[in-house]
Design a protein around this ligand. Structure first.
Ligand code: FMN
Length: 192
């Protein structure tokens, strides 16, 4: 059986924190033919989008750095998973830089009329860790991700929020969040 590539964007500076634990639970349940290519935003060198407008003419980013590997994987990936903590109601800065650098897909779709902007259709999942139980951070990230995925020819089929990670009763909620992450991993390709 041929492999199915999962492009994984990891947004936490910590591997074993709540985000890492959600991510591990998800990945372990993926089917055997899944090959995960993990991109750890905090260890990559990704320059921020500078709004130069280059992608508006060609559909490609003019900057050359570690983002090239993400662009390459994007063409062949069957699935995308984003695992991230909430930082100030958004993505942590290194992951936000990667997200902004995907503006080239928006340009392809809306300025250059490329439909779809990326050939291969994908399924997507979002795994979120938030210190607060208040939902505004996870809501904003779900909205951002769903808009992003729409220009990546990707259908967001699962969103697993682990909220209240910084509260004293976090362990009580973690069990349910890890179970939901496992179920999302197990069902990832079934949701295509
Ligand atoms: C710079 C910074 C900003 C944060 N902003 C938020 C926030 O806006 N909302 C929230 O719920 N938690 C916020 N948090 C808390 C983290 O989301 C929470 O601690 C999360 O569990 C970290 O996950 P990790 O250890 O897996 O990286 C913030 C944490 C940091 C360090």
């Amino acid at each position: 059986m041929s492999e199915r590539l999962v492009l994984a964007l990891f947004g936490s500076p910590r591997k074993t924190g709540p985000t890492g634990r959600l991510f591990d639970a998800f990945i372990k349940e993926l089917p055997d033919d899944a090959r995960v290519r993990e991109f750890d935003a905090f260890s990559m060198k990704i320059a921020p989008c500078n709004g130069c407008g280059g992608c508006e003419k060609t559909g490609n980013c003019v900057l050359r750095d570690d983002m090239d590997e993400v662009y390459e994987a994007m063409e062949t990936a069957h699935g995308i998973v984003i695992a991230t903590p909430v930082y100030n109601l958004s993505f942590p800065a290194p992951l936000k830089a990667a997200v902004d650098r995907m503006q080239c897909y928006w340009s392809r779709r809306f300025l250059l009329g490329m439909r779809p902007p990326v050939k291969k259709p994908k399924v997507g999942a979002l795994l979120l860790a938030a210190g607060s139980v208040e939902k505004s951070g996870t809501d904003v990230l779900e909205r951002q991700t769903s808009m992003l995925m729409s220009v990546l020819h990707c259908r967001l089929t699962a969103c697993v929020p682990f909220v209240g990670t910084d509260q004293t009763d976090a362990a009580d909620r973690e069990k349910a969040a890890l179970l939901a992450a496992k179920q999302a991993g197990y069902a990832f390709f079934a949701s295509r």
